[in-house]
Write a protein of this length. Structure first.
Length: 362
């Protein structure tokens, strides 16, 4: 476990629960939503997934950092607001390692805490639901002052924070895909590019008119952070995309935003789905795929008119919706991550389905 300086750190939850551990990374104070991830590997991809903006992540796997910092980043920087682990590896061992995770956290000013009972924290979040919390090194904190701050915290407009600032292109000789970046993991565009697509990545608040004027063969709506219902202006643009006849593939937040644009509703899950081992069933074939997931909200399939869309995938564990197929439209959406890296590659075929929808080879 990393003990540099052995400075105490505290994780304070909005219900008054306090964990004491050791500070890692930045020593600044951070208030955020506290969530947990059950992945056994891929901590770097978790740290750099823009969907975690506004959240501090507790890793349930007890030893983190044992293979160091590798080139496997899903964006140019980490986006988590805080990091919570049981034990942090002091000396990483991997031929691809470029440094230690604790130095990585410090470089990007991300506070963290290690040495706490992450099993207990996870049980609290599972039993009582996701809640806000604070990571602090201030030993003289006062609960009566901290708790109102925690209860008042909201994640806010994090899509604007994580989206790209200007349009860019990944060249390709195949189908032209317009990708709306709501906080996209790099591997989404890469998965399309590897299949020959020319991918033009647009900032989240780009107009539908601009995208449609480029005459793409298909449109991708990506993952991203926060409450989908707060993206009112983006939803209005997606309504225009929905009205077009262009094939559309949506992942995670994109899946939720398309449902809202089509007249559906979303709701917040008690503690979300975050990890690399979530089973989803294809309702057409009955086949079950193991998926990588990271979301705190879900689509209510009953809120969508059956003449508009039908459920395509369902979560085997809690029966929440994991995908929709839109009727009389070339649109399908999934809540999970077919581009998962690392993680199960079971559902990578969905990119091939999208290529076929655009008129390419299956």
């Amino acid at each position: 476990m990393e003990r540099t300086g052995r400075m105490k750190a505290f994780l304070i939850l909005e219900d008054g629960t306090v964990f004491e551990g050791v500070s890692i990374g930045s020593r600044r104070e951070a208030v955020s939503e506290i969530v947990f991830n059950t992945s056994m590997t891929g901590y770097l991809e978790v740290l750099t997934d823009p969907s975690y903006a506004g959240q501090a992540v507790c890793m349930t796997y007890p030893l983190i950092g044992n293979y160091g910092i590798t080139p496997d980043m899903e964006s140019s920087r980490p986006w988590v607001d805080g990091y919570i682990v049981r034990e942090l590896s002091r000396l990483p061992s991997n031929f691809r390692s470029q440094g230690r995770i604790q130095d990585f956290l410090e470089k990007y000013d991300i506070p963290g805490i290690c040495g706490i009972d992450t099993r207990q924290l996870t049980r609290i979040l599972r039993d009582r639901g996701t809640m806000n919390g604070m990571i602090t090194t201030n030993e003289n904190y006062r609960l009566k002052e901290v708790l109102p701050r925690l209860k008042a915290y909201v994640v806010g407009d994090v899509v604007s924070k994580v989206t790209c600032q200007e349009k860019y292109v990944l060249p390709g000789a195949g189908k032209k895909v317009a990708l709306m970046d709501f906080g996209a993991k790099k591997n989404i565009a890469r998965s399309l590019n590897e299949r020959g697509c020319q991918v033009t990545v647009y900032p989240a608040h780009s107009s539908a008119e601009e995208i449609l004027a480029s005459h793409p063969d298909g449109i991708m709506l990506t993952n991203g952070p926060g409450d989908p219902e707060t993206n009112v202006e983006i939803i209005e643009e997606i309504k225009k995309i929905y009205a077009s006849d262009i094939p559309v593939f949506c992942i995670c937040l994109g899946h939720q935003l398309m449902a809202l644009a089509a007249g559906g509703k979303t709701f917040k899950l008690k503690y979300g789905h975050r990890g690399g081992n979530h089973p989803v069933r294809d309702l057409e074939t009955g086949r079950v795929y193991i998926s990588s997931q990271n979301h705190g909200y879900a689509v209510d399939p009953d809120s969508l008119d059956p003449s508009v869309a039908r459920p395509a995938f369902v979560n085997v564990n809690d029966l929440t919706n994991e995908g929709m197929k839109y009727r009389n439209k070339n649109i399908f959406t999934v809540q999970f991550h077919p581009e998962a890296c690392p993680g199960p590659q079971d559902s990578g075929f969905l990119f091939d389905r999208f290529i076929k929808m655009m008129g390419g080879e299956d």
